[in-house]
Design a protein around this ligand. Structure first.
Ligand SMILES: [Mg+2]
Length: 340
């Protein structure tokens, strides 16, 4: 029998990705001045402004690539008992992009994923294609790996993360960042306390950053620790805005993932607060929100997300995450040494 609390937290993780993503959809790529001009403070889901460069025309509560690619990776893993097939994964990402483009959505593959798939199509082996991917695309879609894999032994979790990064983000920064997020989510799902979750995440970042191409711009484990320090003992949106000035909020894994950890702490693992803070800080708001709210959802469970808000996101996007979470938890049960 599946542990009900574990299932609630796994649902919280994936629902958190969708809620944080949807909250940040209207403000993604914008400056804080543009957010103030177009929307005022973000206090809930909003329609994208017609001036939104990426998501103009999208309705309040609409998810973007972060949730869609998380679900794509979840289906990939479920179909293969948790394993990755790099060639099939490349084909699925390309098919997803064509389908997204056909819907008239501008939010397509990110820079590292696009470059890696182009290289693969040009004949570069899958083992080489992701050697320059230092952005946050692997971290933004890592939650399914975390639901499917126990947090201990940590090296096995990082192995699974590295495998999911290999095609597009095979660098120290990106693997370390995705490992930190995966460890936070996996430990959160198991019921680890907030302080323990952060400790395990930092250990995973240190393990992950030893993998892949050597770091170009800095150490992800050091950046996460540096982002958490000013969040100590603080709460609220104003602190998030202030810390974002120091940590950065771009698509770089070295900025957005540490910032998501700072927000997790500032929100005290409340997923709704994490989504709101992320949406207001500007630049890569949807991905920072997806990561921060996903980690908060893993710690606090799906019941911590306001039910009416979660219902809205499910309805707007025709989402049904229950079977996805069941499939991923079945893999986790096998990897934990139990029966599915
Ligand atoms: Mg997005």
């Amino acid at each position: 029998m599946q542990d009900l609390a574990l299932r609630q937290r796994a649902l919280g993780a994936l629902a958190g990705v969708a809620v944080g993503d949807a909250m940040g959809m209207p403000t993604q790529t914008l400056s804080t001045d543009d957010i103030a001009r177009l929307y005022g403070p973000i206090q809930g889901f909003r329609d994208a402004s017609p001036d939104q460069p990426v998501s103009a025309g999208l309705k309040a509560g609409t998810i973007t690539d972060d949730t869609e690619q998380s679900l794509l990776l979840a289906r990939h893993l479920i179909a293969r008992g948790g394993r990755m097939d790099q060639q099939a994964w490349a084909d699925e990402l390309l098919a997803w992009e064509s389908e997204t483009h056909a819907r008239g959505v501008n939010d397509l593959l990110g820079p590292s994923t696009k470059r890696a798939i182009a290289a693969l199509k040009a004949g570069v082996p899958a083992s080489e294609a992701g050697r320059s991917g230092t952005t946050n695309g692997a971290a933004m879609r890592i939650v399914p790996v975390a639901i499917a894999t126990p947090a201990a032994p940590l090296s096995s979790l990082v192995d699974a993360v590295e495998d999911s990064c290999r095609l597009t983000h095979a660098t120290s920064e990106a693997i370390g960042a995705a490992s930190a997020v995966a460890a936070a989510v996996s430990a959160g799902i198991e019921g680890a306390g907030r302080a323990d979750v952060l400790k395990i995440a930092l250990a995973a970042a240190a393990e992950g950053e030893r993998r892949g191409e050597p770091p170009v711009n800095g150490s992800i484990s050091a950046r996460i620790a540096e982002a958490l320090a000013p969040a100590e003992g603080r709460r609220g949106r104003d602190a998030a805005l202030e810390i974002a000035q120091q940590v950065g909020n771009s698509v770089s894994a070295l900025q957005s993932v540490p910032m998501a950890f700072a927000i997790l702490k500032l929100a005290d693992a409340d997923p709704w607060a994490a989504a709101l803070f992320s949406a207001n800080i500007g630049d890569d708001t949807d991905t920072i929100g997806a990561i921060a709210c996903g980690m908060a959802g893993a710690i606090s469970g799906i019941s911590a997300i306001p039910p009416a808000m979660w219902k809205l996101v499910q309805e707007v996007n025709s989402l049904d995450i229950e079977p996805v979470v069941s499939g991923l938890l079945a893999i986790r049960a096998i990897r934990s040494g139990g029966a599915a």
